[in-house]
Design a protein. Structure first.
Lengths: 355, 89
């Protein structure tokens, strides 16, 4: 009942309300604070999946997923014995919708798909897949790590049952993320972890020599222990900042930068771009290779000039197998990047080509 | 007596089929580390003033002036430590 603790609780719950409005959730109780997208997906895997995915059931996922949308499912499929079906990706990096949709059956219990590929930037039509999933009485989990920070998101329009995203990709701090889930699902799901805050009562019965536990309501049922109060409030401030700019503006700026970068990168004869180059199909992520060099050499060279790119598999090894790549370098943009920075990046790329 | 760890902040195995190993030298020791490496390894090429291509004991590697080095053909951390000890100590 301390004044400061009440203020902290108030700010924490206000943060939840702001984030709910940001993605157009019906109710702030549908927002669960977690550590990251990875933890959000793990929460669904363990709290919903362990109880609902049994031998004979099927889970659909695509080959373009980040490992965090593959590994939790593979782990619990080893426990429960359900089948994971992998939908194909076209050679250009776009989702093979026909293959994904054809893999649905009466056995399908959930479809899990990234909204935007973290390797190619390809935007998936998750609304279309959600519709097919619901026609099969299956649920739809959307990995929104690469979409929520970059475009307007309306979970009710997408009709996603679960949406996971991270704070650090949208100007917030590391260690805070969000799981959105429909309230009706949360009410039926088991807790992810046990401890304080997620229970209403723990009463010891001397006669029975045991504790009777009554669980708290969502979202607190899924937030055991002292939450990351600072992280949630900071994420809410980041959301406020993004809302002031407008997510349409954010998307427009990134689209401009991506178009410009693609055009300029195509000037480099030893640079190969992977995935589609049409910005109607993708976000501000450009995977590429430089002839004769490993992606790590390219990244280290850029690092010398203060340019941060990523190299390797980007935690998406199956998609690199689709692209037949040993690894890739990846340039990506956000609202703070400028056209001049891309010009500098191209100058450095042209230096790299001389190696 | 100095050790490899006096110069090396971190050793990162990269992801990707290439299995490169990146050695990150301690910021305040990177100039000394590069000086010691250059005294022992054979400098084959300098690129853009920021990359040095070197060979030592039949192992080719690249050192960046930012204080990082990339090794390709090393299979284990033990093998790398042995090589770094020969280069740095």
């Amino acid at each position: 009942m301390h004044t400061l603790s009440l203020e902290a609780t108030d700010m924490y719950e206000t943060a939840r309300e702001r984030i709910a409005k940001f993605i157009n959730a019906k109710d702030s109780a549908e927002i669960i604070f977690v550590r990251s997208t990875t933890e959000a997906i793990n929460l669904v895997a363990y709290s919903w999946g362990l109880r609902n995915l049994k031998r004979g059931d099927e889970l659909l996922v695509s080959l373009m997923e980040h490992h965090s949308n593959i590994v939790p499912w593979e782990i619990i499929s080893k426990i429960n014995g359900f089948t994971i079906k992998y939908a194909k990706v076209n050679p250009d990096g776009t989702l093979n919708y026909e293959d994904f949709e054809n893999k649905f059956s009466s056995k399908t219990k959930i479809a899990c798909l990234s909204h935007v590929s973290n390797v190619s930037g390809v935007i998936n039509n998750v609304k279309r897949i959600a519709k097919v999933a619901h026609e099969h009485d299956a649920l739809m989990l959307v990995d929104g790590a690469q979409s929520v920070p970059h475009m307007p998101i309306d979970v009710r329009d997408l009709d996603a049952d679960f949406l996971a995203f991270s704070g650090h990709k949208m100007l917030g701090p590391t260690g805070i993320g969000v799981l959105y889930a429909k309230k009706t699902l949360l009410e039926k799901m088991d807790p992810f972890q046990g401890g304080g805050e997620m229970i209403k009562e723990v009463s010891f019965s001397g006669a029975k020599e045991q504790c009777d536990i009554s669980l708290n309501d969502p979202p607190w049922k899924f937030e055991a222990g002292t939450p990351n109060i600072c992280g949630a409030i900071a994420l809410s401030e980041a959301v406020k900042y993004l809302q002031r700019i407008g997510m349409d503006q954010v998307q427009g700026h990134e689209c401009f930068l991506t178009n410009y970068a693609i055009k300029r990168m195509q000037e480099c004869s030893k640079v190969t771009l992977h995935g589609p180059t049409d910005t109607a199909l993708k976000c501000g992520i450009i995977p590429f290779s430089v002839q004769g060099l490993s992606s790590h050499d390219v990244a280290l060279f850029c690092d010398n000039y203060g340019i941060m790119i990523r190299s390797g598999f980007h935690c998406a090894q199956p998609l690199h197998q689709v692209f037949k790549l040993q690894s890739s370098a990846r340039a990506s943009f956000y609202i703070y990047n400028t056209r001049e920075e891309i010009d500098r990046f191209i100058e450095v790329l042209k230096e790299i080509e001389k190696l | 007596m100095s050790t490899v760890d006096d110069y090396v902040a971190r050793i990162e195995g990269t992801c990707g089929e290439e299995k490169d190993i990146i050695v990150v030298f301690k910021y305040d020791q990177k100039d000394e580390a590069i000086k010691r490496i250059l005294a022992k390894a054979q400098l084959r090429n300098t690129i853009a003033g920021i990359i040095m291509e070197l060979t030592f004991q039949d192992v080719s590697f690249r050192v960046y002036t930012s204080g990082k080095a990339i090794f390709r053909s090393i299979k284990t951390k033990e093998e790398l430590y042995k090589l770094l000890a020969s280069l740095l100590l």
